[in-house]
Design a protein around this ligand. Sequence first.
Ligand SMILES: Nc1ncnc2c1ncn2[C@@H]1O[C@H](COP(=O)(O)OP(=O)(O)OP(=O)(O)O)[C@@H](O)[C@H]1O
Length: 434
Amino acid sequence: MSKRKCGEQQLAVGECVSQVQRVLRERFCHQRLPQKPVGLESQYKHLLELLRRTAVHGESNSVLIVGPRGSGKTMLLRCALRELLELQEVKKNVLQVHLSGLLQTDDRIALREITRQLQLENVVGDKVFGSFAENLVFLLDALKKGDKSSSRPVFFILEEFDLFAHHKNQTLLYNLLDVSQSAQAPVAVVGLTCRLDVLELLEKRVKSRFSHRQIHLLSSLSFRQYQDAFRSELTLQDDFPDSKFSQEWNLSISKLCEDKSVDEILQKHYNSCKDFRSLHSLLLLAVSRVSVSNPTLRAVDLLEASRMSSADSKGNILHGLSILELCLIIAMKHLNDIYEGEPFNFQMVHNEFKKFLQRKSHSIHNFEKPVVFKAFEHLLQLELIRPVDGGVCKVQREYQLMRLMLDHTQVMEALQRYPQCPTDVKQWAVSAFG
Ligand SMILES: Nc1ncnc2c1ncn2[C@@H]1O[C@H](COP(=O)(O)OP(=O)(O)OP(=O)(O)O)[C@@H](O)[C@H]1O
């Protein structure tokens, strides 16, 4: 395999390609944090300042980060923690407890998890506590330094914060927010949630203990920021093991960004979804096409990735149907036209199909009725047709009313691409869908 020389580093092209794949996949699968959150500067500053006040000055605090799925709530928090923990005094001192409403489904489990994460299982031992509050205060006291005068700051991070509001009496939320309001110990409670109405879920006593600080991540990226994100997400950093390869790679990415067709693809994706998650899934597909024989990313890779990500899954199912099944779908469409969208049953579809077979010349076999019924059932299994009443009514299967779950472009596209589709079937379809 060919080798690249670059200073002291010398990697085979194959090795470089697999490193690129690894680095970028980690980035796109949310295992690596971005250097800075894009377009969220003020929110980032706000959060960092709040956390810093707890970590450095021992002030207690509570804050909610609110935004839709994929808007970067977790990323924002993790970036702020990363920056904060770069300070030596903070790194040594601060403790973090990460809880998730999806995992800690009741307060007992949550308390056990808090104890585990604070590494206090041995200290707690077999002690029995009268109340949740007593237990929590004991844990926080156990964190006090040798001289017992000051506690170590603790960040309580609650992902899916709204789910904690469903716990009995909201005991965990009440106690955490109570501690964050009193001067017992320096505590920051950070809740992450998608629900804008989250405060309405809180009981009065819980709500009154919350600071009412909220950081909203509601504004979406501008197209300019989206383009910049595209470039920076694909750019390799200086720590890439082969600097010659990474220079060439970065150069090719710069060229790609100037390509008009790339801009068009990005514009299309931006119009349908403006968040990082959808950009990442597009880039993931594109990067998987990079190989030894094609060691840079090309516009055609992006085009193919875009085609794959917007592929119609039902359309793909249609490609795998037998010609008999396809004929039944065409018969259903004929029925839809005749009865103006009213539902149909197997018997009606079978009759319509037989009408087609009665034409003078046709290339389709005369299938036995049970075989046609089997094909009909298969369409039902694939959910290309659905029972009108959801299958509740106990009618004989052949007379159950169904609806077709496809539109005409999906069927016509499938027919165009169907290998060796008989002409008369195509014509029959055109008369139904054309
Ligand atoms: N403004 C941004 N700048 C850089 N990366 C971002 C930004 N917004 C989102 N991302 C990236 O998008 C991905 C999804 O973000 P994240 O997991 O933080 O979203 P979330 O709001 O916590 O979603 P969920 O509600 O599902 O937990 C991450 O890889 C993150 O790095």
